[in-house]
Design a protein around this ligand. Structure first.
Ligand code: MC0
Length: 143
């Protein structure tokens, strides 16, 4: 039910500065940027190489009471989440609930580029905040 790694999310204090760092020093390319008001984040998606594989997501707080602001206060900048692509986020969430994991939302919320998302609580996944991403475009299972 987890099809591939969708992206790895990194909390950063300043989005523009982080994009510059990744572009100039690591040669990654910014392929998408948006503000997600519900999540309280400004985010950028960076492609690696030919951009056919998982992306790097830079996450900066848009509000002081947001999840990313809290993460930066507690842990500082760094890896915040690991996101998997799924074909059906409700079915994937139900399967993980059936294994005893706590999902953060009863029903999916809106993620990057019109995707539908949910999260497993990091305490139920070995200390990793796991995100489930159902892209807006239907997923090709073999791709
Ligand atoms: C907290 N903890 C983490 C963690 N955040 N562990 C690993 N990775 C993280 N990212 C640990 C703390 O160190 C603490 O451990 C315990 O979890 C605290 O749990 P809590 O009190 O239940 O929760 P909070 O208040 O710390 O919040 C954590 C939680 C929150 C995961 C529930 O960040 C949240 O709701 N996240 C989901 C939304 C989100 O992350 N949005 C931003 C990305 P100890 O051992 O000290 O107890 S938006 C996004 O990603 C969208 C745009 C997209 O991709 O499309």
């Amino acid at each position: 039910r987890l099809l591939r790694i969708d992206h790895v999310g990194i909390a950063v204090p300043d989005l523009d500065e982080a994009i510059r760092f990744y572009q100039e020093n690591l040669g990654l390319r910014c392929v998408h940027q948006e503000t997600n008001d519900e999540q309280g984040v400004r985010e950028a998606m960076l492609g690696v190489g030919d951009d056919t594989g998982p992306r790097i997501q830079l996450l900066a707080p848009a509000r002081p009471d947001s999840a990313i602001a809290k993460f930066l206060d507690r842990s500082g900048p760094g890896l915040q989440q690991l996101a998997y692509t799924v074909a059906d986020v409700e079915a994937a969430a139900d399967a993980l609930r059936a294994c005893g994991m706590r999902l953060l939302y009863d029903s999916p919320k809106r993620g990057t580029a019109g995707s539908r998302i949910n999260f497993v609580h990091p305490k139920d996944a070995g200390g990793v905040l796991v995100e489930l991403v159902e892209p807006a475009e239907p997923v090709h299972r073999s791709g």
